[in-house]
Design a protein around this ligand. Sequence first.
Ligand code: PMP
Length: 394
Amino acid sequence: MLTNLKPQPADKILALVQMYKDDPRETKIDLGVGVYKNAEGVTPVMRAVKAAERRILESQETKAYTSLAGDPAFSSAMRKLILADSVDAGRVAAVATPGGTGAVRQGLELMQYADRASTIWISNPTWPNHPSIIKYLGVPMREYRYFDSETRGVDFAGMMDDLKDVKSGDLVLLHGCCHNPTGANLTAEQWDAVVELLERTGAVPFVDIAYQGFGDGLEEDGYGTRLLASKLPEMIIAASCSKNFGVYRERTGLLMAIAPEEKSKASAQATLAFLNRQNYSFPPDHGARVVTTILDDAELRADWQAELEDVRAGMLKLRTQLADALRQRTNSDQFDFIADHRGMFSRLGATPEQVVEMREKFAIYMVGDSRMNIAGLNEATVPILADAIAATGV
Ligand code: PMP
């Protein structure tokens, strides 16, 4: 049996990590993998996470199973964080999942379970795991234009033009905030137009929100998701706590399904629990418990928000510094988009050859599509990157 297996193509980002590790140059800069790093290049455990873990260590008396949907207190705390009061809680089914990836996967399985014929529309480009999981599950998929490679902003006209072909019951995958890999995001008016399109066509939004608090702020980053939830009868939301709580390896995520009324919510809830059962039975609990402990405690929550705000402000500062440095070096405003983008990533718009040149000549590592992790920079490396970009003629 095992002899039938063929080698899988290597994950490009993980291969890049290895190349970076093997590079002996001291000046090397890692803008590849999508993990937050502080100015020292460390991905810290957040203060509130440490404090919550201490409390759990002291007070937890059992490690017995939770429920198939995970701890309801986690679902409730996360629903409030993401949706605030945009939708009646009685319409929201929710299950804990292993990370945001698990939530995406379970959301797609839910969709297939409900209607095998519907198509999911994804932005071009998007996080590569989206098309990868969609293809693996055999879900019909189409792409919509998203990124304007001239302005490095959203190609909104192209997006709306492509989405005019959606059918009732199709799903449209949208990034709630901080679009990965581009960093280009919808404006409030554009979100309005998306709502109008979904209302008119009967297509269902599938929001992936993995960076709430990394863009314009916790509330601001929930804007699009909350707007959709307040206006549309049905919606799927896959959320990740990996970045905003820094609990990457704990695998902490939530899948929510908003139903038109309470009766269909009950069926959605039962189906989500059933799908968890088929895939892994009980979802991981530790990260979810840490997140719930923080969100439900005023002091821990305030400290978490303060630290998250520092993380966000730090990345914004690096964006401004890089855009300014490139203004000076190129005598133009063509890189101002870096300061306009939000979240951890920006797509620079370099050719694959230029990406290789920056790696070989300047030891700067970015993903092949020229996605840069802004958190991989610090004040000292911004000028080095700006020099390299200018010298490469991006
Ligand atoms: N969605 C997007 C857009 C992401 O960038 C990520 C993380 N790279 C995830 C979901 C899932 O993250 P995780 O499974 O680590 O929680």
